[in-house]
Write a protein of this length. Structure first.
Length: 386
C-alpha cells in the first residue's frame, strides 16, 4: 500500500492532520518555553505563562468567549464531569437528550446512583432522535430542574441540535452544551447562544493536540472544582483560590498541548470556521449522495434538509461493521470507525444497538477524492458480497 494514498476519515474521533502551525508550536514550547507557568519568576516560567495566556485568548476569541472565563484542562470529558458534579446536588433533576456521548451519560448515571439525581432523557418523536425545543420545554415545565445538558451535534449521525433555541425555551434553567463535535467545525459564538456552559475537545474540530479540553462559562454560572491542588497562586493557603482560572485549573497544565491548541485556533480564525463548515458540509453531502446509490447501504440519521457536521453513519445490509472497517483500512488505506462510538444511548434511540454503524468523519483537509475513494471501495465491497 502506498502510504501517500492513506485516507483519514475519522475526524469525529480526532482530527488528523492538525492545523498548520500546531506541530511547530508544540516543538517550540518543548524546546524553548517549557517552564512551569505561574510557578516562580524565571524566564522559562514567564515564557510558558505567556504561551498559555496567549492560547487562552486565541481560544476565547475563536469561540466568542471571555478569556477570563475560558478554562483549559485535560479534555472535554474532564470538564463535563466537573460541571455535572458541581451543579447536581442530591435529589436534583437533570434533563438530557437521547443522543449523548458516554462523557455525559456515564457521569449522569453515576450521579443518579450516588446522589439520587433524577436523570430525564428526552427521546422526542423524531425518528432520528432529534429533540425539539418544545420537547425540552415540556420536560422542565412541570418539575423544578437544576440543569439541562445536551450535545451540540450527535457524534453518531452528525445531526446538529438547535441548542440556542432549546436554551431560550428552557430559560431560566441553565444549559450546558457538549460541543465536542462542533467547536471549530460549525460557527458558534458563545456570547450569543445563551447557554451557561459550553465544553469542547481541543483535538477534534479545533485541530489541536490531544490532552486539552475547553470549558466556557457564562458570567453568572459558577462551578466548584472537581480536582484541587497547586495553582502557583496563593501558595500560603491550603484552600483552593476562588478566582478564575486558578480555582478550576489545579496542577501543571499541558503546556505543549495548549501551545498547539493556540496555534490551531489562530489558523481557524484566519481560515474561517464558516469556510471549514461549508467545505465539510459539501463533502458530507457528496458522501451521502454517493453511498445511498449503492444497493444495501443504509444511512442512519442523515437528512438532506438538516444541518450536519462532517460525520455520517452508515451500514451495509448483511455485513459486519468491524470487518468492513478493517478491510477498508487494510486493502484501501481508508480509516474510519466501526461500532458504538461511545454513545450506546444514541444507538438504542436510532435502532442500531448493539452492532452500531460505520462512521465517516470528514475534516477540513479531506478532499473530494477522499470521499470518492470511500464510495468506490464501499461499492466494490458490497458488490463482492452480494
Ligand atoms: C459528543 C462527544 N462528547 C464528548 C466527547 C469526549 O471528548 P474527549 O474524549 O476529548 O474528552 C466526545 C469524544 O468523542 C464526543 O464525541
Amino acid at each position: 500500500m502506498n502510504p501517500d494514498r492513506l485516507i483519514y476519515l475519522d475526524n469525529g474521533a480526532t482530527s488528523f492532520p492538525k492545523a498548520p502551525g500546531v506541530v511547530e508550536a508544540v516543538a517550540r514550547f518543548l524546546e524553548r518555553e517549557a517552564g512551569n507557568p505561574g510557578r516562580g519568576g524565571h524566564r522559562l516560567t514567564v515564557a510558558a505563562s505567556r504561551v498559555i495566556e496567549g492560547a487562552r485568548e486565541d481560544v476565547a476569541s475563536l469561540l466568542g468567549a471571555d478569556p477570563e472565563r475560558t478554562l483549559l484542562g485535560p479534555g472535554a470529558t474532564f470538564w463535563l464531569n466537573t460541571v455535572l458534579s458541581a451543579r447536581l446536588r442530591p435529589g436534583d433533576r437533570v434533563v438530557t437528550s437521547a443522543l449523548e456521548h458516554n462523557a455525559v451519560m456515564r457521569p449522569l448515571r453515576e450521579l443518579e446512583a450516588s446522589r439520587g439525581v433524577e436523570v430525564v432523557v428526552v427521546r422526542g418523536d423524531d425518528p432520528d432522535g432529534l429533540p425539539t425545543a418544545d420537547d425540552f420545554k415540556h420536560q422542565i415545565e412541570a418539575t423544578p430542574t437544576a440543569l439541562v445538558v445536551l450535545t451540540h451535534a450527535s457524534n453518531v449521525t452528525g445531526a446538529v441540535l438547535p441548542v440556542a433555541k432549546i436554551a431560550r425555551a428552557v430559560a431560566p434553567v441553565p444549559v450546558m452544551v457538549d460541543g465536542a463535535q462542533t467547536a471549530g467545525s460549525i460557527p458558534m459564538d458563545f456570547s450569543d447562544i445563551g447557554v451557561a456552559a459550553y465544553v469542547c475537545s481541543g483535538h477534534k474540530g479545533l485541530l489541536g493536540p490531544p490532552g486539552v479540553g475547553v470549558l466556557l462559562l457564562d458570567e453568572n454560572f459558577e462551578v466548584e472544582p472537581l480536582v484541587r491542588g497547586g495553582t502557583g497562586s496563593r501558595s500560603e493557603s491550603e484552600e483552593m483560590p476562588t478566582n478564575l482560572p486558578d480555582c478550576l485549573e489545579a496542577g501543571t497544565p499541558n503546556g505543549p498541548g495548549i501551545a498547539g491548541l493556540g496555534a490551531a485556533c489562530r489558523w481557524l480564525t484566519e481560515h474561517g470556521v464558516v469556510n471549514v463548515s461549508e467545505h465539510e458540509q459539501r463533502l458530507v453531502r457528496r458522501l451521502a449522495d454517493g453511498l445511498r446509490e449503492i444497493a444495501g447501504v443504509i444511512l442512519h440519521g442523515w437528512r438532506d434538509d438538516a444541518s450536519h457536521t462532517g460525520v455520517l453513519s452508515f451500514t451495509i445490509a448483511g455485513q459486519d461493521n468491524g470487518e468492513l472497517a478493517a478491510r477498508l483500512d487494510r486493502e484501501r488505506g481508508i480509516m474510519l470507525r466501526a461500532g458504538l462510538h461511545c454513545a450506546p444511548a444514541a444507538h438504542r434511540r436510532l435502532g442500531t444497538f448493539p452492532d452500531g454503524t460505520l462512521r465517516a468523519g470528514i475534516g477540513p483537509f479531506n478532499t473530494e477524492d477522499d470521499v470518492d475513494g470511500l464510495v468506490g471501495a464501499v461499492r466494490e465491497f458490497s458488490i463482492l458480497s452480494s
